[in-house]
Design a protein around this ligand. Structure first.
Ligand SMILES: C[S@@+](CC[C@H](N)C(=O)[O-])C[C@H]1O[C@@H](n2cnc3c(N)ncnc32)[C@H](O)[C@@H]1O
Length: 232
C-alpha cells in the first residue's frame, strides 16, 4: 500500500514544474519543517564529523532555509551559503526567514531550476539537497549539474526519505526524528524515494549514467547519496 502511495505521489510531484505552490509553501514552512528538524541536525552533524570544511555551500531545493538556520547554529566554521529553489513562493518565505534569523550577511537566495544551476563550474565545496530529488523530472541531469559545479574535492550530499526501511532499522529512524514510526513511514511514502530505486531502479541507472563516483548509505528513514567527480 505504501509503495503504491509512493509511486503515485512521486510521479505527481516530479511532473509538477514550478516547485511548491503558494498554499503548500506556507504549510511546509509552518508544519513540515518542524516534523523533520531531526534531519537538519543530522546533516549538520555529518558536516561536523566529515573532513570537509566547506567555504561555499549550496542547498538545492532550500525551501524556507530552516537547514541554514541549523547549520549556522551547529557548524562552527565560516561558510557562505546559497539557497536555490524554483518556487517563487518558497524563495519569498526563504528571504523572510533569512532576515528574521539574521542570516543575510552569509546567505543568498536564488530562484532557479536544479536542472540548470546558475552557478559557475568548479566553485562549490559542498552541495546539499534534501527532500528535493523526488520533485525533479530528470535526476541524471541534476546529478551532472552537481558534478559540474563541484570543486575538485567537493561533494554533493543528496538526502531523501525512504519508506522501505527494514524493521530492525526503523528504531534508528525514530531516534533521529523523534517522531512515531507510522508518521515517518507515511511522510516517507508521500515525500520520498524508496531504497529499492537506489539499489536497482531508475535512480541507480541515472547515477551510473552520470559518470560520477557515488556512495549510498542508509540512516533509518533517511537515504544519503554522496556524489564526487570521477577521474577515471
Ligand atoms: C519537500 S521540499 C524540501 C525542502 C528542503 N530541502 C527541506 O529539506 O526542508 C522540496 C523543495 O524543492 C523545490 N523544488 C522543486 N523542484 C525544483 C527544481 N526543479 N529546482 C529547484 N527547486 C525545486 C520545491 O519548491 C521545494 O521547496
Amino acid at each position: 500500500m505504501l509503495s503504491l502511495i509512493n509511486r503515485l505521489s512521486w510521479r505527481l510531484q516530479s511532473r509538477h514544474i514550478g516547485g511548491i505552490p503558494r498554499f503548500a509553501s506556507k504549510v511546509y514552512d509552518k508544519l513540515a519543517t518542524r516534523l523533520i528538524t531531526g534531519m537538519y541536525s543530522f546533516i549538520a552533524q555529518e558536516i561536523i564529523d566529515s573532513q570537509l570544511k566547506p567555504n561555499i555551500l549550496v542547498d538545492v531545493g532550500c525551501s524556507s532555509v530552516r537547514l541554514f538556520k541549523t547549520l549556522h547554529e551547529m557548524v562552527y566554521s565560516p561558510m557562505f551559503m546559497v539557497g536555490i529553489d524554483i518556487s517563487k513562493f518558497m524563495t519569498n518565505i526563504a528571504l523572510r526567514n533569512m532576515k528574521r534569523n539574521d542570516l543575510q550577511s552569509f546567505v543568498d537566495i536564488v530562484q532557479a531550476d536544479a536542472h540548470n544551476l546558475p552557478i559557475r563550474e568548479s566553485s562549490v565545496d559542498l552541495l546539499l539537497s534534501s527532500g528535493t530529488l523526488h520533485h525533479l523530472s530528470d535526476s541524471q541531469t541534476f546529478f551532472k549539474e552537481c558534478i559540474r559545479v563541484l570543486k575538485d574535492r567537493g561533494e554533493a550530499w543528496i538526502f531523501e526519505l525512504s519508506h522501505d526501511v527494514p524493521k530492525d532499522e526503523e528504531e534508528i529512524g525514530k531516534r533521529m526524528f523523534r517522531r512515531p514510526k507510522v508518521l515517518l513511514k507515511l511522510a516517507s511514502a508521500l515525500h520520498g524515494i524508496p531504497r529499492l530505486e537506489c539499489e536497482r531502479g531508475g535512480l541507480r541507472s541515472a547515477l551510473e549514467k552520470s559518470r560520477c563516483h557515488y556512495e549510498i548509505s542508509y540512516h533509518g528513514f533517511l537515504t544519503k547519496l554522496i556524489l564526487r567527480r570521477s577521474y577515471e
